[in-house]
Design a protein around this ligand. Structure first.
Ligand code: FES
Length: 627
C-alpha cells in the first residue's frame, strides 16, 4: 500500500499515511485538533483545510463554496493523498479553548459534608512480638487496624503482604496504612514505615462530551486546591456521543483512539494542576469520575456500540473501582478510579452526580433536575420516587446546526435585547470580546426578542418584513442581522436565519416534551413541580424569563428555579470526599426509573405540540397569555 508524507502548516508537523487514510486521519495521528461535528462523515463541512502542495483524491466537497474551492479549500475528511502533500490548517478550523464551566455560579445550600474520603491513611502502633507472643505480623496489623478504624480483615494485595514484614520492623512497629474504598469492601493498598500520613490527594473529574474538568482535592483536609477545564479532545471524532460511537464502530482502532484521546485530555489537566501546586503524581491516590454513559465507556475502553442500538443497553451502569495505571492515568501506581454509576444508556453518572448534589432523594418537594447539553437529561421526583428521561435536544444550545452558533466561549454573545421600535440590537459577550458568534443563552434571548418585536410568528417563521437594513432575504432564506460585519470580531455579519430558529425550536420542544412526558407518566399537572434545578453549560447562566417565554421550561414562578452550573464536577468531588455520598449515589442510580421516550408514551405528540412558541396549548403558559 503506497504511503505518503503529510506536512501540516504552519507548524511543519509531519506524519505518514497510506492512500486509504484521509488528511483528517493524518491530523488525528499527529494530535492536531481539527474541528469536526460529524466525526469525518463528510456532512458537517467544519474540517476545512487548504492544500498548498501535492495531489489528492477528493470524495466530496460538502458545503464548500465555489470561491473556497478556487482558493484550494478541501474537507480534510474527504481528501486522500496521492502524493507528498502540504496542508495549511486555517485558524477557523482549529478547535480552540472553551469557556469551560468549572464550578457552580451560585452556592447551593447543602448539608455540611462529613469528610470521609474514598482513600485515607491511618497511623498504627502494632504490639511487638516476643517469645511469649507468637502472633503473626498480619494479625497484629489487623488487630491495630480494627481498634482504630473498626475494620475487620480488609483485603490486602500480595504486593503489600510481601513488604509487610520488612516495613513494620523498619518502622519499629509504627506503620502508616493506606486504605481505599473499593465499593463493598476496603482494601489496604499500601503500607509504609513510620507515621507519615500527609500528602495524599485525589482528583474529581467531570468528563463531558464537550468539556472536561478536573478538581484537585486534599483528601486529608477536604480542601480544594485547584480546578482546571478544557475541551474534550474527542471532539475531533464528532460533536455528540452518537458520532463518537459511530467512529468506534466504523474504525478498526476507533475505540483505542477515543480512549487514548480522553486519557490524554485528563492527563494534561492533572499535569497542570500538579505543577501549579508542586504535587507529585505519586501523591494522587483516588480519582472519581462523573460522565455520561458513553463517555464512561470510552474512558474505560469498553465498546459503547449497544448504547445506540435498540433496546439501548449499556455494557454497565455501575462498576467497581479500577486501577488508574490500567487506564494510563497519571497517578500513584496504586490509585483507583471510581466512575459514578448511571441509570441507563442516556442517563449516566453525570446525572447521578447532579441529582446527588441537590439531594433529590431527600426532597419532600416535587423536584425537577435538568441538565441541558447535546442531550437534555432530566430527573423528576422526591424522597419517595424518582423517574428520569433523556431527550435528544440536539446540539443547538451548544451552537451546533446554527449558522453562527458556538459554544459558550470567549466572544460568544450570551445576552441579547432588541429594541422594538428601532430594531437596534444590544448584546453582551463572554470575556467582553468583540462578538464572533452566539451561544445557547444568547440564542434563547434572541428568539424571545424576535418574537417580542413581532419579527417572527409563533411557528418561528419571519413575518413579512417592513424594509429595514437588519432584515434580509438572501438565497431565498430570511435572516435577521444581529451584528454588522464592522462590529464583529470576525469581520463578517452575525445573523440568525429562519432555519436556525426552527432548529432551536426543535431543541426547546424536545426539552419541554421530555418534562411533560414525565409529569404525565406520574399523573400530575406540570405546575405541581415545586422546584427546578438547571445544570449545563449555556453560558454563565441562562435567562430564565426568556427560556420560559419561548416554551423551553414550564411557566412556573421564577423563584422555583435555580441555575446550579456544573453539578457534575460538584458531585464527583462530593463523592471523592464522602463514602456516605458514594453509597447514596449508588442507591440513587438504582432507585431512578428510566423512561424510554422512543417507545410507548406521548413524547412525539408532546414534541410536535411544543414546536410552537411557547406551545400549541397556551393554557400551559399563563404568563404568555397575560402578556
Ligand atoms: S465534514 Fe469533515 S469532519 Fe465533518
Amino acid at each position: 500500500m503506497p504511503e505518503y508524507k503529510v506536512v501540516f502548516l504552519p507548524g511543519h508537523i509531519t506524519t505518514t499515511i497510506n492512500d486509504r487514510e484521509t488528511i483528517f486521519d493524518a491530523a488525528v495521528k499527529t494530535g492536531i485538533t481539527i474541528k469536526s461535528s460529524c466525526g469525518g462523515a463528510g456532512t458537517c463541512s467544519r474540517c476545512r483545510v487548504i492544500i498548498k502542495n501535492g495531489a489528492i483524491q477528493l470524495n466530496g466537497t460538502g458545503k464548500l463554496t465555489e470561491q473556497e474551492l478556487a482558493e484550494g479549500y478541501v474537507l480534510a475528511c474527504q481528501a486522500y493523498p496521492r502524493d507528498e502533500i502540504e496542508v495549511e490548517i486555517p485558524a477557523s478550523s482549529m478547535l480552540s479553548e472553551h469557556q469551560v464551566l468549572i464550578s457552580q455560579d451560585r452556592e447551593l445550600e447543602q448539608p455540611p459534608l462529613k469528610i470521609k474520603p474514598l482513600f485515607w491513611k491511618v497511623p498504627l502502633k502494632l504490639s511487638e512480638p516476643s517469645l511469649d507472643n507468637h502472633v503473626d505480623d498480619i494479625s497484629r496489623l489487623y488487630t491495630a487496624l480494627n481498634q482504630k478504624e473498626r475494620l475487620d480483615f480488609p483485603r490486602m494485595g500480595l504486593d503489600v503482604m510481601q513488604k509487610l514484614p520488612r516495613v513494620i520492623r523498619e518502622g519499629d512497629w509504627r506503620v502508616t496504612v493506606s486504605l481505599a474504598d473499593m465499593k463493598g469492601c476496603i482494601e489496604i493498598v499500601n503500607i509504609e514505615p513510620g507515621w507519615d500520613y500527609s500528602n495524599f490527594y485525589g482528583v474529581a473529574l467531570d468528563i463531558g462530551t464537550t468539556t472536561v474538568v478536573a478538581h484537585l482535592v486534599n483528601l486529608e483536609t477536604g480542601e480544594s486546591l485547584g480546578i482546571e477545564g478544557t475541551y474534550n479532545k474527542q471532539a475531533i471524532f464528532g460533536d455528540d456521543v452518537i458520532s463518537r460511537i459511530i467512529y468506534v464502530v466504523e474504525h478498526e482502532k476507533g475505540l483505542q483512539h477515543l480512549q487514548k484521546t480522553i486519557i490524554t485530555t485528563v492527563n494534561e489537566l492533572i499535569d497542570v494542576l500538579l505543577k501549579d501546586h508542586h504535587i507529585s503524581f505519586d501523591d494522587i491516590w483516588y480519582i472519581t469520575c462523573a460522565g455520561n454513559t458513553t463517555m464512561t465507556h470510552l474512558l474505560l475502553g469498553i465498546d459503547p456500540e449497544h448504547i445506540r442500538l435498540e433496546p439501548y443497553v449499556p455494557a454497565f451502569n455501575s462498576i467497581i473501582p479500577i486501577k488508574a495505571i490500567e487506564l494510563g492515568i497519571k497517578a500513584n501506581a496504586k490509585a483507583r478510579v471510581y466512575c459514578l454509576p448511571g441509570t441507563a444508556s442516556y442517563v449516566g453518572g453525570d446525572i447521578t452526580a447532579g441529582a446527588e448534589v441537590i439531594g433529590i432523594e431527600r426532597q419532600n418537594k416535587l423536584t425537577l433536575f435538568i441538565d441541558v447539553g447535546t442531550n437534555g437529561e432530566m430527573v423528576l421526583g422526591n424522597s419517595e420516587w424518582l423517574v428520569a428521561c433523556a431527550c435528544s435536544a440536539g446540539p443547538a444550545f451548544e451552537g451546533g446546526g446554527i449558522m453562527h452558533g458556538m459554544r459558550a466561549m470567549n466572544g460568544a454573545i450570551e445576552r441579547i435585547t432588541i429594541e422594538p421600535s428601532s430594531l437596534d440590537v444590544h448584546w453582551e459577550t463572554i470575556g467582553n470580546r468583540s462578538p464572533v458568534g452566539i451561544c445557547g443563552s444568547g440564542l434563547i434571548d434572541c428568539i424571545a426578542a424576535l418574537l417580542e418585536c413581532g419579527l417572527i410568528d409563533r411557528t418561528g417563521s419571519f413575518k413579512p418584513p417592513a424594509p429595514h437594513p437588519r432584515v434580509r432575504l438572501e438565497d431565498g432564506e430570511k435572516k435577521f442581522i444581529l451584528v454588522f460585519a464592522e462590529q464583529s470580531g470576525t469581520g463578517c455579519e452575525i445573523t440568525i436565519s429562519e432555519a436556525d430558529i426552527k432548529n432551536l425550536l426543535r431543541s426547546k420542544a424536545a426539552v419541554f416534551a421530555g418534562i411533560r412526558a414525565m409529569v404525565k407518566l406520574i399523573g400530575m399537572p406540570i405546575e405541581a413541580i415545586e422546584q427546578v434545578y438547571i445544570a449545563g453549560g449555556f453560558g454563565r447562566y441562562i435567562n430564565l424569563p426568556d427560556a420560559i417565554k419561548i416554551g423551553m421550561f414550564p411557566d412556573l414562578p421564577l423563584e422555583r428555579y435555580r441555575y446550579i452550573g456544573n453539578s457534575s464536577i460538584m458531585g464527583a468531588k462530593m463523592i471523592l470526599l464522602s463514602r456516605e455520598a458514594r453509597d447514596d449515589a449508588e442507591m440513587l442510580a438504582e432507585k431512578i426509573t428510566y423512561l424510554e421516550l422512543s417507545v410507548g408514551n406521548d413524547f412525539m405528540e408532546e414534541f410536535v405540540a411544543a414546536l410552537f412558541i411557547p406551545h400549541t396549548n397556551l393554557e400551559l403558559f399563563p404568563g404568555y397569555l397575560a402578556g
